[in-house]
Design a protein around this ligand. Structure first.
Ligand code: DGL
Length: 280
């Protein structure tokens, strides 16, 4: 059954009624959204756990990075992207972006109460469980690390372990150019991570772009364990779809969309999808 929600736009751009298609059977897409190509690290985890699903990956590379923008801008960009995504038949939406989740997930859930919306958050819980009383470096965007949602998450685990937040604003644009594991990325990271050398027990990759820079990160921190929230997010999507009886028996499929018309972005998306990610 296709459920249609009609909402009126109150913007000066359009006064048309817009259409949102939420699928309540298993044929709908699992839509995966990120500010750019980073969410492909979550898409890969999802495809590994649920290969029979139909995926729609939407990256907003024309507006990336989100991480140095104001909360108002991040919210507006995320809402606009999701509105576009929901013109397709979607059965679940994965916000594969820590920054957009931190700022916008609650508002999105209010706007689309019938749609399962799964956000990603930095993997502080597994870090606290695996490294009690340790010191964990949390890499993320300025917006994620400064958000009240992230601060509340950290407060939940602070009695079990210690966290140091390390904003890395330069890394997202480098990954967007396919330079996550370049000499340039390594040099930038080395400068930022040098003060923590020998002090950390593990690193949380608090941005979905960073799994595409793990060689550079590891080289700066003596091969410390790197924790990626994408695995837990994919498991949570599977749990929710299973509970609702929405898993697709197959065949699987993948549809790419990006707000950037630069053909290099699509090449990069396919390249990143084909590259193996580190397993924990
Ligand atoms: N992949 C996004 C995240 O997880 C990157 C944010 C950005 O565009 O700066 O936070």
């Amino acid at each position: 059954m296709i459920r249609r929600q009609r909402r009126h736009l109150h913007s000066s751009i359009s006064t048309l009624t817009d259409l949102v298609i939420i699928m309540t059977n298993n044929q709908g897409y699992i839509a995966v959204f990120d500010s750019g190509v980073g969410g492909i690290s979550v898409l890969k985890r999802l495809m590994k756990q649920m290969p029979n699903e139909r995926y729609l990956y939407y990256g907003d590379s024309a507006n990336a990075p989100y991480g140095d923008r104001s909360e108002e801008e991040i919210l507006a960009l995320t809402q606009a992207a999701v509105k576009h995504i929901l013109t397709r038949p979607v059965k679940a939406l994965v916000i594969a972006c820590n920054t957009a989740t931190a700022v916008a997930v609650e508002q999105l859930r209010q706007t689309y109460p019938d749609l399962p919306i799964i956000g990603i958050e930095p993997a502080l819980k597994p870090a606290a469980e695996s490294y009690p009383a340790g010191l964990i470096g949390v890499l993320g965007t300025t917006a994620t690390l400064g958000s009240s949602r992230f601060q509340a998450l950290m407060a939940r685990y602070i009695d079990r372990t210690n966290f140091v937040t390390i904003p890395v604003p330069e890394l997202v644009p480098m990954v967007e150019q396919g330079l996550g594991n370049s000499r340039k990325a390594y040099k930038m990271l080395k400068k930022i991570l040098q003060p923590y050398e020998g002090k950390l027990d593990a690193i949380v990759l608090g941005c979905t772009h960073y799994p595409f820079a793990t060689a550079s990160i590891r080289a700066c921190v003596n091969n410390l364990p790197l924790l990626d929230g994408g695995i837990g997010t994919a498991a949570q999507v599977k749990r929710i779809l299973t509970k609702r009886g929405l898993l697709n028996p197959g065949p699987g499929a993948l549809l790419w969309e990006n707000s950037s018309s630069d053909p290099k972005i699509m090449e990069l998306c396919k390249f990143l999808l084909s590259n193996p990610l580190e397993e924990p």
